[in-house]
Design a protein around this ligand. Structure first.
Ligand SMILES: [Zn+2]
Ligand SMILES: [Zn+2]
Ligand SMILES: [Zn+2]
Length: 105
């Protein structure tokens, strides 16, 4: 299983907490699509992709015109999404604006 933990932030006095970590299922859901679900449907393009850790929805990042990963989090309440870019092993909590990293096993 993949657990996630809040990435240490040297710039903060108090280590921030994320109350959404237990939303993520033990088995990470497979990606729903090979690209942003909404952009593929609309013929749009994206910069980077994020995958929802709760349902596998794939959406585009905040640097993309559609910002569909954010709108997915906003409309569904699914707080956590991970980067699906090659070599990037981190996730993001949208409500808390926190970087998450895989829990050391
Ligand atoms: Zn959170
Ligand atoms: Zn998109
Ligand atoms: Zn989702």
């Amino acid at each position: 299983m993949t657990g996630w933990t809040v990435a240490p932030d040297a710039g903060r006095v108090e280590q921030p907490r994320c109350g959404h970590l237990d939303q993520a299922p033990a088995e990470e859901p497979p990606a729903a699509a090979r690209g942003c679900v909404e952009c593929l449907a609309a013929g749009g393009s994206w910069v980077h992709l994020r995958k929802c850790l709760l349902c596998g929805h794939v959406g585009c990042c905040d640097s993309s015109p559609g910002q569909h990963a954010w709108s997915h989090a906003d409309t569904t309440g699914h707080a956590l999404a991970r980067s699906v870019e090659k070599g990037e092993d981190w996730a993001w909590c949208y409500p808390d604006s926190l970087f998450l990293r895989p829990e050391p096993s």
